[in-house]
Design a protein around this ligand. Sequence first.
Ligand code: FAD
Length: 101
Amino acid sequence: MRDTTASGVMPQTEHADEARTERERVVIVGGGPAGLAAAAVLNGSHIDAVILERADEIGASWQGHYDRLHLHTVRWLSSLPGLRLPRREGRWVPRDGVVVT
Ligand SMILES: Cc1cc2nc3c(=O)[nH]c(=O)nc-3n(C[C@H](O)[C@H](O)[C@H](O)COP(=O)(O)OP(=O)(O)OC[C@H]3O[C@@H](n4cnc5c(N)ncnc54)[C@H](O)[C@@H]3O)c2cc1C
């Protein structure tokens, strides 16, 4: 919180009021796995995150990958925060498991 008073010292009550009303806002460019993960963690920390995605839907890059693609990272290391890949997707999750989940 930047102190804008001429003296460089804000009254204690003003600091307290700002702390109560001010919320951090973050804009994330790209709704791929990285953007979704960042947004989930930020929102879980009570920081408002907005994702700007140029494609029509999230996860667009994975929708464009070939049908038979499987993750080369195991399922339990590949989930997004707060969105666990279900066990039925197996050890090596197929592309559709990533896109649909
Ligand atoms: C064939 C293949 C297999 C892979 N397999 C694995 C794997 O098994 N495990 C693993 O961990 N990783 C794997 N990866 C790595 C993979 O790239 C990452 O897992 C993940 O997709 C990267 O996520 P990302 O969000 O950084 O980028 P991306 O998935 O590329 O998402 C970026 C998003 O940002 C959007 N965007 C870009 N520029 C802008 C802009 N200017 N304005 C608005 N939106 C924008 C795009 O439309 C896109 O939706 C694989 C990659 C490939 C290509």
